[in-house]
Design a protein around this ligand. Structure first.
Ligand SMILES: *[C@@H]1O[C@H](CO)[C@@H](O)[C@H](O)[C@H]1NC(C)=O
Ligand SMILES: *[C@@H]1O[C@H](CO)[C@@H](O)[C@H](O)[C@H]1NC(C)=O
Length: 289
């Protein structure tokens, strides 16, 4: 009696091991089938696929940052994540090819920013400061003079142009001022003396959620430089005039008659972005992302 019971137990034990074996095999099969499906489909279904995340790029790091924040549900984060994730597909379908971040659904009609008027109102003071700066520094040899570069302030340069620095702080939409340390924040002076088309290649900006603006300060009145957009459209850069465009489109600056041109460049938030979205974008795309 006792013997037959222990025998039955042994039999059952063998079968348990057999079932475990079957389960392991079937899990492996299902996993391989899914993997094959994912690899063969163009639209990678795996949101954390290391190949798609391109983990060395800014975009990859931004995605991981959102993923790490994932605990608290955040609708802004999920919009940004969605845009990041579909980046390549969005760029394929559009003339806009920002190199880092494509924000969908922003209005495309020529935006009007309050900042434009502020700059125009202070044109004379700004020009005076730049003229003096040139006098004091002889024939300064710079091409670009950065106050803010990709979110990082250049303290020394800011101190050299206090008026500009002050006016910059009164601009409600300037990225570098209102959202400290955001990768998209730039403010610099450009001085052209030659036909730049050779050196300055056509390029696309980081994102379409910022609007790039040039403001002519000491430009040649007879022969102006211009922004060439998509190799076709020309936007002149003139004194006391603000020139706005979407930096995500391919653009370059041309100075056909090699006259001296000095102008200011500032990046602004697109007016459609809410203050909360700006804050979140600045947090995800910190200068050190
Ligand atoms: C991206 O932003 C620009 C303005 O900077 C806008 O003109 C364009 O329509 C936006 N693109 C999309 C797809 O929303
Ligand atoms: C400047 O560049 C433009 C565009 O490449 C060219 O057509 C023009 O001849 C150049 N001008 C001079 C003076 O080199």
């Amino acid at each position: 009696m006792l013997e037959s019971v222990s025998h039955a137990f042994e039999m059952l034990g063998d079968q348990v091991w057999f079932f475990r074996f079957i389960i392991v095999i079937s899990v492996i099969c299902v996993y391989r089938t899914l993997l094959n499906y994912v690899l063969s489909s163009n639209n990678c279904a795996n949101p954390f696929c290391s190949k798609c995340l391109n983990s060395n790029s800014v975009r990859g790091r931004a995605i991981s940052k959102i993923k790490n924040d994932g605990e608290e549900e955040n609708s802004l984060n999920s919009i940004i994540h969605n845009n990041l994730f579909q980046h390549d597909r969005l760029c394929q379908k559009s003339d806009e090819k920002p190199t880092v971040y494509f924000h969908r659904g922003l209005g495309s009609n020529a935006a009007k920013l309050a900042d434009q008027q502020v700059l125009i109102d202070h044109y004379d003071e700004l020009r005076q400061e730049i003229v003096k700066f040139f006098q004091d520094n002889g024939e300064v040899q710079w091409h670009r003079f950065y106050l803010y570069k990709s979110g990082e302030e250049n303290k020394g340069n800011c101190e050299k142009l206090p008026k500009l620095f002050e006016i910059l702080h009164s601009l409600p939409n300037a990225i570098c001022i209102n959202n400290n340390y955001c990768l998209f924040g730039n403010c610099f002076l450009t001085r052209l003396v030659t036909n730049n088309s050779g050196e300055e290649k056509s390029q696309n900006g980081f994102t379409n959620c910022s609007i790039r603006m040039h403001f002519g300060l000491m430009c040649d009145d007879q022969s102006s430089a211009y922004v060439l957009i998509n190799k076709r459209r020309r936007l002149p850069i003139e004194n006391k005039v603000t020139t706005l465009y979407n930096g995500a489109l391919e653009h370059s600056i041309q100075n056909p008659n090699s006259k001296q041109q000095v102008f200011l460049t500032i990046d602004f938030w697109h007016p459609d972005l809410s203050p909360d979205m700006r804050k979140q974008l600045a947090y995800i795309f910190r200068a050190d992302v």
